[in-house]
Design a protein around this ligand. Structure first.
Ligand code: NAD
Length: 270
């Protein structure tokens, strides 16, 4: 990966995850700066990875080639407006991981011509198993796209969105979906506990079953999910009875509705 000076504005969970991924992939710590007004988190990350820590967003942004905007969406306007008059963005690449802020908004906040890429990561990035949707504006060159792609590959896999609104599809498919799977596992755990298993035993059984299902599906990449399901389902057997309940209660349609609701909410938030 090409080495450029990176400033992370925001020292939260996501910035931490990406910094950890970069450093573990051999990115030079001396080329990474983390900025946040609150020293505790920032300094902890800096000490852990040997990177530079500061409370001064402006200086960090001025000195960086790549600026990663990693603050909460509600802080973004204030953070950008504070950089507006002090930082020349003409030679810099701006990456934003904030949910629900369209690219045009950054042009308004920063009032300069920008090289901007929107990134929608998900929480498994915290364990290096993330999926990130990336959208680059038209003026972004191949080198900058490649850099952003490699940056996010340090915490998982990436998919490019051709149109900006596709980011909202990525939110429904990968951004929010860890919660869908957690709800499913939570429901299974509740029933397993009613059957007499301790919370720890139930959790372990369900995690192992989920992990096994994922590994099985990955090992048979040519086999559809439908076929994999059929392979576990004998006619008239126990799995068939369980699945009949899911179909009777309309699970496939419920999942579709849930994903559409996530997309609608993402559109509303823009
Ligand atoms: P977080 O609350 O953990 O971190 C936010 C950080 O911003 C904190 O370190 C805070 O000190 C810092 N901050 C606040 N004001 C600041 C300022 N003026 N200048 C510099 N830093 C400032 O948030 P997070 O979960 O890491 O999320 C960060 C961004 O990532 C959000 O915009 C969120 O939408 C996006 N995102 C998060 C996830 C996720 O799963 N956590 C997924 C996708 C996108």
């Amino acid at each position: 990966m090409q080495h450029r000076k990176i400033a992370f504005i925001g020292a939260g969970n996501m910035a931490h995850a990406i910094i950890a991924g970069l450093v573990s992939h051999g990115y030079p710590a001396s080329m990474i700066t983390v900025c946040s007004p609150t020293p505790v988190r920032r300094d902890k990350i800096a000490q852990q990875y040997g990177i530079i820590s500061t409370s001064d967003n402006v200086v960090a942004a001025q000195q960086a080639d790549v600026i990663v905007l990693a603050v909460k969406p509600q802080m973004m306007a204030e953070v950008c407006q504070a950089l507006q008059h002090s930082v020349d963005f003409s030679q810099k690449l701006v990456l934003t991981i904030a949910a629900g802020i369209p690219a045009q908004r950054y042009h308004d906040y920063l009032a300069q011509s920008l090289q901007l890429i929107r990134i929608m990561p998900n929480t498994p990035s915290l364990v290096g198993k993330g999926v990130s949707g990336l959208f680059a504006e038209e003026n972004i060159n191949a080198e900058d796209k490649h850099f952003a792609e490699q940056l996010m590959q340090s915490v998982g896999s990436v998919i490019w969105c051709e149109q900006e609104q596709e980011i909202n599809n990525i939110i429904a498919i990968t951004g929010s979906s860890p919660a869908y799977f957690f709800l499913f596992m939570e429901s299974m755990q509740q029933e397993a506990e009613k059957l007499g298993y301790s919370p720890t035993q139930a959790r372990e059984l369900i995690l192992n079953a989920a992990e096994g299902a994922v590994e099985l599906a990955k090992s048979q990449s040519e086999t559809s999910f439908a076929t994999l399901r059929e392979q576990v389902t004998s006619k008239g057997g126990t799995t068939a009875m369980a699945l009949a309940q899911f179909y009777d209660q309309g699970l496939p349609q419920t999942v579709a509705n849930a994903m559409q609701s996530a997309i609608s909410r993402a559109e509303e938030m823009e």
